[in-house]
Ligand binder design. Sequence first.
Ligand SMILES: *Cc1c(COP(=O)(O)O)cnc(C)c1O
Length: 376
Amino acid sequence: MSKPEDELGKLEQRGLLRRLRQISNPHLPTVEFEGRKLINFSSNDYLGLAQHPALIEAATKALRDYGTGSTASRLVCGSLDLFHQLEEKIAKLKKAEAALTFANGYSTAMGSIPAIVGKSDTIILDKLAHACLIDAAKLSGATLRIFPHNDLNKLKKLLISSKGRTLIITESVFSMDGDLCPLKEIVSLKKDYGALLFLDEAHGVGILGDTGQGLAEEFNLQGQIDFQMGTLGKALGSAGGYLATSQAWHDLLINKARSLIYSTAPPPSQVAASLAALTLLGSPEGQKLRERLQENISAFESRIPNLKSHPPIIPRVLGENSAALAASASLLKEGFLVPAIRYPTVPRGTARLRITLSAAHSPENIHHLKEALASL
Ligand SMILES: *Cc1c(COP(=O)(O)O)cnc(C)c1O
């Protein structure tokens, strides 16, 4: 029988070994690592909300009012009012009948997808979809069909040959590439073939759309998407996941989503922080933060044509694992935290630097990173 050490050795040989990097003082734009202050370009805190006084205040008040833990599943000892306030707010923002929240985005996918489709159904998934969508699709037992990234012709072919209830799963902003799905075309295909659409807005919410609700809002398509998923842990600076959908699907998910039913509800303070984040996002200050993020992005990249707001994820694909690791290490020496992303997070041979920008970065931070990248 082989030992874990053997597997670790193989990972290291292939440049695929991952280690946890201990950091402290996470106050965007900086973070402390091995006693040095680095400029952090690895966080998904795109608006700098994780340190915002309004979120901290709301979480602190909830700690005092509700205590530290929720102590049971929402189905066992009662479902706290805070969860219902948050879900009503999300449903309204998403123009959906209802919303259900989970501990995080990962458990949202794992709980909901296997509750929506099963053995006699079909899932059609974009090749570059996030790991939680793939894992959830596998868990569902549905027939799994994959289409090449954003390939509408192939998607159409799979829709024609699909059996049972059909669920298309894709992301609005792809997490490792920062590009968008062709949402209008996918919505029109899903209608033509009577399929359901599950859209993960993990990197769209907080950024795209007139009020920061994501790509579906940007294209005014919210009412036409069966399942709008997202996380409260990235641009919204808190933690949690949500699914906005119809009342009937919501009611069924409460009966079937195992990550909701069989897990202790998230702490009330997390829910209070999420509520505060959504309020802030809709305020003039939220608007200003979103504008500042767009200014930082503009200083870095040319923009996607005809799109009012641009995603804050900037990949620099280098190919070999060793090349991405070396580039990341060299940036670290220069005082920047920029992660190397490797297989299986991205396809083999496409290892890359993944730069994420935030409203918390100053123009100087951006300027210095550009210089450091140019001299790599
Ligand atoms: C991060 C991420 C998730 C998971 O959300 P968490 O709240 O971090 O669990 C889901 N989908 C995508 C595309 C993500 O990038």
